[in-house]
Every structure is written in C-alpha cells, then in structure tokens.
Design a protein. Structure first.
Length: 210
C-alpha cells in the first residue's frame, strides 16, 4: 500500500511503536493492533528479529495495513527496512547522510526532531512532517505548541512517554496529526500472549479524537 507520509499520519490517531523480541509474536501482535483499529504499525529495528517481523507482518496482514520501520539511524538501516517491505520509515533524529538517503528513496521518512533548529533544517530539505521525540522529555505539549507559532507549516507525530491519558492534549493541537506510543502493546502482555487485551487497548487508542 503506497501512501505519502501526510496520508499515513491521518490513518489513525495513534501509531503503535512495537519492539518485537520473538518472531513468533510478530503476526499475532500486529493482528491484534490492526483488529483494534490501528492500521499503521511501526516496528522498531531494536531487535535481531525486527526485519523478519516486518516481512511476516507484510505477508500476513490485509492490504490496507501500513507497515513501517522505526529506529532508522543509518542509510543501511533504511535500505534493509525497505527491502523487508516497509512502506514508511521513522527515525529518532537525523544525519546529513540519512537525509540524503531518504530523499533518494521512494519510501517516505518521518524524521525525528527535538528542537526548532532541527525542524528548520529538515524543512529546508523539503520535509514537512516530522516526529517530535522524545516528546515528554523534550518539552511535551507546550514545546510542540510553541514550535507551531513560527513554524506552522510543520506537522508533528509526537512520540516518547505518551500514554492514553496524555495523548488527547497532543491530539488537540493543530500541528499534530497523530501520536506514537507503546502503551497498547506492553511487554508483559506480549510475553504472555494476551492478544485480546492488546486488541482492547488498541481499540481505546483508535477511538481518540483529534
């Protein structure tokens, strides 16, 4: 499913940020989140099975699921994530090399920023949609709101320390399209394969208003 980043961030109010430790958990986890209404899924490249997890999810889920890779740090990460079938990419920050690799790729990148200077640099390279990370540690709602004053042309997906209770305040901002979070797929529920409970948490997140 080929979508631009501006369309992807509008699919659901929350993008689950997943750390998949065991490959066997990848598909049931993704299905639980998808069934709960969260159709955009980010798999972080933080574990040895992450790329295989992306491949498995792409093969198993319906065509309207949007499967992407997070923790893109280097051009090589980008290349491997695209080869695994990722349809979008997310980075915690940027380097000059990563920006150039992203501009040369057909797969869109949601690059991470934490300051106005970083945002302005990416804007100069043509990026208008960015991840604000680590959201809570970097100033939270007030910081995102403040950046929106001088830089209203940028749309954010804040991620980092956000939960169900904090998400609505971010989503109420005009420069926020969605938020990223891990709360609907906690490690203990994944380890215990409690997919029904994860689906319930996903449904709560999918019903957030923006």
């Amino acid at each position: 499913m080929a979508l631009s980043i501006d369309k992807i961030v509008q699919v659901a109010p929350v993008i689950p940020v997943m750390v998949v430790e065991r490959l066997e958990d990848a598909v049931p986890l993704a299905q639980a989140l998808y069934n709960g209404g969260l159709k955009v899924l980010e798999i972080t490249l933080r574990t040895p099975v992450a790329l295989d997890a992306i491949r498995a999810m792409v093969d198993a889920l319906p065509d309207d699921a949007v499967i992407g890779a997070g923790t893109i740090v280097t051009p090589d990460d980008l290349k491997k994530a695209v080869e695994a079938g990722s349809t979008f990419l997310v980075s915690p920050g940027t380097t000059a090399e990563l920006i150039e690799a992203a501009k040369a790729s057909d797969v869109p990148l949601l690059p991470g920023i934490a300051t106005p200077s970083e945002a302005m640099n990416l804007l100069a390279h043509g990026f208008t949609h960015m991840k604000f990370f680590p959201a809570e540690s970097a100033g939270g709602v007030s910081m995102v709101k403040s950046i929106g004053g001088p830089l209203p042309q940028i749309t954010f997906c804040p991620t980092g320390g956000i939960n169900l209770a904090k998400a609505p305040e971010y989503l109420s901002l005009p420069n926020v399209a969605c938020v990223g979070g891990t709360w609907m797929a906690p490690k203990n529920l994944i380890a215990e394969k409690r997919w029904d409970e994860i689906e319930k948490l996903a449904r709560e997140a999918a019903q957030l208003e923006r």
